[in-house]
Design a protein. Structure first.
Length: 190
């Protein structure tokens, strides 16, 4: 798993940049219509899902659980496609799609972090990103009556924080690969 992550540190950073840009747009343009929100979410989920699928498939050799990453990516792609081809979705339906997608991605990231915890420092960044995603999804399930504008602000804040965490993780992975090369385990602090 560590080789997959370190070889794909650039994809992790790119996912973070996309999340950060999406979040900034959502926060700085809060008066957008629901149709624009659907398109923004669709683009974000589709691109994030594609990056996750590509990085998982590109390094599937020697990684027995790469399918979990592909599944998470495909769910993101599917959520994006539903948003594109069914723009008349209600705010509640979009909210539930976002909530389910967020919980699945978060659980996937927590599992990945647990698997690499003995091999790399900084795995807590992936745990925090995963916990943030799960918490965000649960909040959306619990409070489905939230307005479209409030939802956009929540999504923006979530995406900005998630983007920062993924960018930080990506650069830590890059540094780890430079220092230790492929295949070596990073010693844990005593």
């Amino acid at each position: 798993m560590i080789e997959t992550l370190t070889h794909n540190w650039g994809w992790v950073v790119l996912r973070g940049v996309v999340a950060l840009l999406f979040g900034a747009l959502a926060l700085f343009y809060p008066a957008v219509t629901l149709a624009v929100l659907i398109v923004w979410f669709g683009v974000y989920a589709f691109v994030d899902g594609m990056f996750l699928v590509i990085s998982a498939i590109a390094n599937r050799r020697g990684e027995p659980r790469w399918g979990v990453l592909v599944l998470g990516g495909l769910l993101g792609v599917a959520a994006g496609l539903v948003a594109f081809f069914m723009p008349a979705l209600t705010a509640l339906t979009l909210l539930l799609i976002i909530a389910a997608w967020s919980v699945v991605i978060g659980v996937d990231e927590i599992i990945a972090a647990i698997r690499v915890r003995k091999e790399i420092r900084g795995e807590w960044l992936l745990v925090v990103a995963g916990l943030l995603a799960v918490a965000f999804g649960v909040i959306l399930f619990v409070e489905p009556g939230v307005g479209a504008l409030a939802l956009l602000l929540w999504i923006g804040a979530y995406a900005v924080v998630r983007g920062i965490l993924l960018i930080a993780l990506g650069f830590r992975l890059r540094n780890w690969e430079r220092l230790h090369g492929a295949g070596g385990a990073m010693p844990r602090p005593a």
